[in-house]
Design a protein around this ligand. Structure first.
Ligand code: ADP
Ligand code: MG
Length: 269
């Protein structure tokens, strides 16, 4: 993977015409339960999309489909124009090899609710693991970059600590540094602050806000409405697997058109 200026969240980039993420007609069932119903979603480069919706509405399934952790029954996802998980040959769809899927996934950062750090690796070890092991990048270069990323998330002095020695907020900031170490063109956040004590939420949201200001392309599932208002270019409201409403935060959050959006907002506010 070669990083371009647009990949590196170092400066605000001008959104280009081709969306980084294009979801079209995405449908997914688990057994008889249809969890996603023909979802369409575009995410322009350098923009932040916040996905809101009640528990069980399909938010995690949608993020997982973008990263090919979940396979769609119908529809498709493109990231940077490239189909996720499949390729077209002789007019037919063919599943990508496991290797090719890993390569696609390496371009996408994923930050989970539960941090998912490796407990047996130091903070620095967690950040350098994937770029060295999965991408085969130069170790010294990756280590230098990892230290810079740890400084960026306010953890320069924790490089040699182990996850169990850190607070939840610090662990989540390590997870963000780890995601950034892949130089992702897209970062997905699935309720990144839901597992945190309330007093630790702010430090994690501040890091994500900083990434947004630097032009990172992100999809963020969160129930933090105030944060959504500050950081989102687009808010998408998902209900029972359908996109019920989407638009700029001042429209969706302050003037919801759909009664389900209004009902949801009155519950979480
Ligand atoms: P959200 O993230 O909005 O809470 P999810 O995408 O996690 O929703 O789940 C949507 C629905 O799909 C839920 O009813 C959930 O129980 C179901 N679901 C998710 N993953 C699986 C799975 N692997 N097997 C069966 N049902 C699942
Ligand atoms: Mg979820």
């Amino acid at each position: 993977m070669s990083a371009t200026a647009a990949d590196a969240p170092a400066q605000r980039v001008v959104p280009s015409a081709t969306p980084v993420v294009q979801v079209r007609g995405a449908s997914k069932s688990f057994g008889a339960h249809q969890v996603l119903h023909e979802v369409d979603l575009d995410v322009a480069r350098g923009t932040v999309t916040v996905v809101l919706g009640p528990s069980g509405s399909g938010k995690s399934t949608l993020l997982r489909a973008v990263n090919h952790l979940e396979k769609l029954d119908a529809g498709y996802v493109r990231v940077d124009g490239e189909l996720v998980g499949v390729r077209v040959a002789h007019g037919r769809l063919h599943e990508l090899s496991e290797r090719a899927i890993l390569r696609q996934r390496a371009r996408i950062g994923f930050v989970f609710q539960g941090f998912n750090l490796f407990p047996h690796l130091s903070v620095l070890g967690n950040v350098v693991e994937a770029p060295v092991a999965a991408l085969g990048r130069d170790k010294a270069e990756v280590h230098a970059e990892a230290r810079a990323l740890l400084a960026r998330v306010g953890l320069a002095d924790k490089a040699d600590a182990y996850p169990r020695q850190l607070s939840g907020g610090q662990q989540q900031r390590v997870a963000i540094a780890r995601a950034l170490a892949l130089r992702p063109q897209l970062i997905l956040f699935d309720e990144p602050t839901s597992a945190l004590d309330p007093e630790l939420v702010g430090e994690v949201l501040a890091v994500i806000k900083d990434l947004a200001a630097a032009g990172a392309t992100m999809i963020i599932v969160t129930h933090e409405i105030g944060f959504a208002r500050e950081v989102a270019d687009t808010v998408v409201f998902l209900d029972a697997g359908r996109v019920v409403e989407q638009g700029p935060p001042d429209e969706v959050l302050d003037h919801p058109q759909h009664p389900r959006t209004a009902a949801f907002l009155s519950r979480v506010r």
